[in-house]
Ligand binder design. Structure first.
Ligand code: OXD
Ligand code: MN
Length: 602
């Protein structure tokens, strides 16, 4: 099993240490070199030839397997250590002097104690290895919110992935200039032992130390660690927001463009929704969906217009592959067909890849994600349920023209959604911002393979941010309420559930491209031209307000999807206690009030 790279870097590479290195960077890197004691230091420039050289080296080292270059040009397979296939939430810490800063939903470690605990692990951990210096920018260059990070890592897989997922290399040195405002990201795979695995965030020091894992969410430190945990902490201080959301543009037949952000928990279809291809009749009528981002947005209020604007801080997608195919997400299939990394999928005899749900019929045989021979009757999955593709956003045929715009895009709607088999209707709209924040805060979803632990159990996942809020959830919720005060015109807020099942356990709504029908109602609501009725949960479309033509769904079926079963919903409200009790006396008063109102309406 290959988890780490311990060999020297490719000799052909030009090691591009900047001549006039920022002294703060030099000082910090010197300290890390002294601690980790790498055999050599390689400075990445983020260029395409460099990435190619790294792949070539990775193939020699056994980190990558080259895939069929006719079918998948520039694509490689990586198999992770089998104990390292998802985010390790229980090993993720926010480290501050006092526990109150991190609140009841985070694991806390005293910052000094954390450095003391981790320093011996990092001490000498890169002996015989190369330290890759990855300077990167999160956000379009020149954006008011763009942030510089520098990740020092001993993993070639991580360095290559960072070159896909971020704007890496010289652009970052330029953006940083003489400033010492950069996130200090230190990473080592160590010996990839879960007993010695820690993902520690030091928001006050703008620092992340991650040890013992090579998995994306634990190791590509620009993503969850910087762009969500550290960024949410900074956003709270500087009055902007870092959220676990996709961001998409919808162009109507008359050219009107509406941008929508949506927060769904990990592995609940953000990538699919962000890359949605409308049903044929919508396409023929002129509807088009474009992707700005599929996982993270940073949002701020534009002073002039008073509107919420958003950027995607990432430059790549790290998407879940099982279930993805040319029917469920054609744009994703095209996006990952070149210059991409596949992690923990199955390898076919001809060098192509496979995963559950890629084709209706499984292959006769393949090599599974653990490197063993696999046949359909062997009783194991061929691909890991959290197997992933890592692909540059520029591969996306539906990339929004403004995806790289430093000024971002205006957000008209925010959608919250979870994976819920029961009780939760297909779609409804919050009465107002405060009610919408309550809906987001009370969001529940069935757990998935994106994090280690049991899957399929409902847990509260406020704003789909439970594992990513880098500070106290009480302050986070208050921050959401306060942001409204800065806006002249705020986005409308909605709640969706694509996953409701009937009594036979069948999905009631077809999902995927057909979600366009729900999206259209949402867009029309934002522009004040769609009808809705008031219900205890919020504004709901009547059956005639959602286009069901061409679907095998009767009016009764639709009403069943929208049903509010009072008893089930009361149980839902009770299960919100799981979160609210943790917050106890700290629960913002708006939340208590909204909950009381809901109970009385029901
Ligand atoms: C992800 C996640 O990888 O949320 O995006 O786990
Ligand atoms: Mn995510």
């Amino acid at each position: 099993m290959t988890a780490t790279t311990v060999r020297p870097p490719p000799t052909k590479l030009n090691n591009t240490k900047p001549d006039d290195l920022n002294p703060a960077v030099q000082h910090w890197i010197d300290q890390c070199i002294q601690l980790c004691k790498p055999d050599q230091v390689y400075w990445c420039n983020g260029s395409a030839p460099e990435r190619q050289e790294m792949f070539t080296q990775g193939v020699k080292d056994g980190v990558f397997i080259q895939l069929n270059q006719q079918k998948l040009p520039g694509c490689y397979l990586h198999r992770s250590n089998q104990n390292d296939v998802a985010r390790s939430e229980h090993l993720t810490f926010i480290c501050t002097p006092s526990e109150d800063v991190v609140g009841p939903t985070n694991n806390w470690m005293n910052d000094k104690a954390a450095y003391t605990k981790l320093r011996p692990l990092f001490d000498g951990c890169m002996r015989g290895r190369t330290m890759y210096v990855c300077s990167f920018v999160m956000g379009p260059i020149g954006s008011p919110l763009a942030k510089v990070g520098i990740e020092l890592t001993d993993s070639l897989y991580v360095a290559v992935s960072m070159s896909i997922m971020t704007r890496m290399g010289d652009v970052a040195w330029k953006q940083l200039g003489d400033s010492d405002e950069f996130t200090r990201c230190l990473h080592s795979v160590g010996d990839c032992n879960p007993e010695r695995r820690y993902i520690c965030h030091f928001p006050i020091d703008n620092t992340i130390w991650s040890f013992g894992s090579g998995y994306g969410g634990n190791a590509l430190l620009g993503k969850k660690c910087l762009a969500l945990r550290i960024a949410s902490y900074l956003g709270h201080q500087q009055e902007w927001m870092a959220e676990h959301m996709l961001l998409m543009g919808a162009t109507a037949p008359d050219g009107e463009k509406t941008y929508v952000a949506a927060a769904f928990p990990s592995a609940c279809g953000k990538t699919n929704f962000a890359m949605l291809i409308p049903p044929q009749k919508y396409r023929e009528a002129g509807w088009k969906i474009t992707t700005v981002g599929d996982d993270i947005v940073w949002m701020w209020v534009d002073e002039k217009s008073g509107r919420l604007r958003a950027i995607n801080p990432e430059a790549g997608y790290f998407g879940v592959v099982p279930g993805t195919n040319y029917h469920t997400n054609p744009n994703a299939m095209v996006t990952m067909a070149k210059n991409s990394i596949y992690t923990n999928v199955a390898l076919l005899p001809d060098g192509d890849v496979w995963w559950e749900g890629k084709t209706e019929q499984p292959p006769k045989e393949c090599i599974d994600w653990t490197g063993q021979k696999w046949t359909p009757d062997c009783g194991r999955k061929a691909a890991h349920p959290n197997s992933r593709f890592t692909a540059p956003v520029i591969n996306n045929p539906a990339l929004d023209p403004a995806a790289n715009d430093p000024a971002g895009v205006p957000v008209s709607a925010i959608i919250f959604g979870g994976r819920r088999s029961r009780a939760i209707p297909l779609v409804y709209q919050a009465f107002n911002w405060v009610h919408g924040v309550y809906l987001g805060a009370a969001l529940g979803s069935e757990t998935t393979a994106a994090a280690t632990g049991q899957t399929g159990v409902v847990r509260r996942d406020p704003m789909a941010m439970l594992p990513f809020i880098g500070y106290n959830i009480r302050d986070y919720l208050v921050h959401w309420f306060r942001m409204r005060k800065k806006m002249k015109d705020c986005p409308r807020i909605f709640h969706v559930n694509w996953f409701r099942k009937d009594d036979q356990g069948r999905f009631m709504w077809p999902g995927f491209g057909e979600n366009m029908r729900v999206l259209k109602w949402i867009i029309d609501r934002c522009h004040g031209r769609a009808y809705a009725i008031e219900t205890p949960l919020g504004w709901m479309p009547r059956v005639q307000d959602i286009d069901l033509e061409g679907l095998n769904i009767t009016h009764e079926d639709f009403l069943a999807m929208q049903t509010i079963d009072n008893a089930e919903f009361k149980a839902e409200i009770l299960s919100q206690e799981e979160l609210f009790l943790k917050l106890a006396g700290d629960l913002p008063k708006e939340m208590v009030f909204q909950r009381e109102l809901l109970i009385s309406r029901l």
